[in-house]
Write a protein that binds this ligand. Structure first.
Ligand code: PLP
Ligand code: TYF
Length: 396
């Protein structure tokens, strides 16, 4: 039966990562896949993670199975990270399952939604992370888009977004990026979050918040403010979180799916359904990464170390945003790139066309995603001049 299969294209972002690896040009720059890089272009293991791993190696006592929800201490700490002081308020309404990465959490959420309402439509931003669409469709859900990024003015189409969400009925799900929107870098401000939160309550649709970059935008707290505004309003919502970026644990696959229900009874029933979904996909999540996160968050010293490292990563990203804006202006380009400095997280669209993107790759070995999305963390003081010259030359 395998012979009947037709080949499928690979994920374009992961394909770009592979193509970059094979390029022999010594000046090549990888601005593709959304992975943090330091000034040397490395994605190092955080010091706090190394310490927690050393501790784990010494103190781990068993490799026996953990439960369906994974490490329960980890789950509780993630709830606090997401909800802050609201977590105490919401404590009896939240149930969390550790999941294999943010992607695993989203897949659990998708299957959970399917069990709630087979006919649910999941509404996503135009544009969104391409995996969102394939992942919800793979679970048999309908995916529709609502306006979000304003390509022309490099801002938000907020009025259009609200008008579209006013048509979304109860029983449908609206996916929102908590911060550091992938791929545009354009986030809602707090007043806009409040409007969305009130609309969710009024319309009765279920918000699904994807938070994959907490701490990469403004701060751990500020990046969760939107999500908390929604949690304050609605009876039910889903939060899919990831520790890939903020703990640098990418390949260890650490994330969580949190369900907030209207009361503790509904939360218990929802939890039983979520765990049944987990059992039918992968039984239980891997232990290592979540144990590391739990060890860090259980220690004042390691938490401080992690905060410092997170501040350093965010500081570098924000510094690079300013550097890119200034370097392009210094090259005398006509186009205004100041929006890069107003956006958040690792991504922004350069707003250049397909031919210009191809020229960056073919003539300069600069790899960016086909939508013109760049990962600003791939820029450094060493390559900024080369990068700015290349962009200036292709847009002339
Ligand atoms: N959601 C968004 C918006 C992302 O950009 C990513 C990827 O980085 C994820 C979820 C999932 O990340 P991971 O599965 O690596 O934790
Ligand atoms: O958008 C990105 O680059 C990150 C990383 O299948 C990523 O979210 C990209 C593709 C993918 C998994 C992770």
């Amino acid at each position: 039966m395998f012979s009947e299969l037709k080949p499928l294209p690979t994920d374009p972002i992961l394909g770009l990562m592979a193509a970059y690896k094979q390029d022999n040009n010594p000046q090549k720059i990888d601005l593709g896949v959304g992975v943090y890089k330091d000034e040397q272009g490395n994605t190092p293991v955080l010091r706090a993670v190394k310490k927690a791993e050393a501790f784990r190696l010494e103190n781990e006592t068993t490799k026996s199975y953990i439960g369906l929800a994974g490490n329960l201490d980890f789950c509780q700490k993630i709830e606090s990270l997401l909800l802050g002081e609201h977590s105490a308020l919401l404590a009896n309404r939240v149930r969390t399952a550790q999941a294999p990465g943010g992607t695993g959490a989203l897949r659990v959420a998708a299957e959970f939604i399917k069990r709630c309402n087979t006919n649910a439509t999941v509404w996503v931003t135009t544009p969104t992370w391409a995996n969102h669409i394939s992942l919800f469709e793979a679970a048999g859900l309908t995916v529709k888009e609502y306006p979000y990024y304003d390509y022309e003015n490099k801002g938000l189409l907020f009025d259009e977004m609200i008008n579209a969400l006013k048509q979304v009925p109860k029983g449908d799900v609206v996916l929102l990026h908590a911060c550091c929107h992938n791929p545009s870098g354009m986030d809602l401000n707090q007043q806009q979050w409040q409007t969305v939160a009130e609309l969710a309550k009024e319309q009765g649709f279920t918000p699904l918040i994807d938070i994959a970059y907490q701490g990469f935008g403004t701060s751990l707290e500020a990046d969760a403010q939107g999500l908390r505004a929604v949690a304050d309003q609605v009876d039910e919502m889903i939060i899919c979180s990831s520790c890939s970026k903020n703990f640098g644990l990418y390949r260890e696959r650490v994330g969580a799916c949190s369900i907030i229900a209207k009361d503790s009874n509904v939360a218990d029933v929802s939890n039983s359904v979520m765990l049944s979904v987990v059992r039918s996909i992968y039984s239980m999540p891997p232990a290592h990464g979540a144990d590391i996160v739990n060890t860090i968050l259980s220690s004042t010293e390691l938490t401080q170390m992690w905060h410092d490292e997170l501040d350093e990563m965010r500081g570098r990203i924000n510094g690079l945003r300013t550097l890119i804006k200034e370097s392009l202006a210094a090259k005398g380009v006509d186009q205004d790139f100041s929006f890069i400095d107003r956006q958040h997280g690792m991504f922004s669209f350069l707003g250049i066309n397909k031919e210009q993107i191809d020229r960056l790759r073919n003539e300069y070995a600069i790899y960016i995603v086909g939508s013109s999305r760049v990962n600003v963390a791939g820029v450094s003081k060493d390559n900024i001049d080369y990068f700015a010259d290349a962009v200036a030359s292709v847009i002339k």
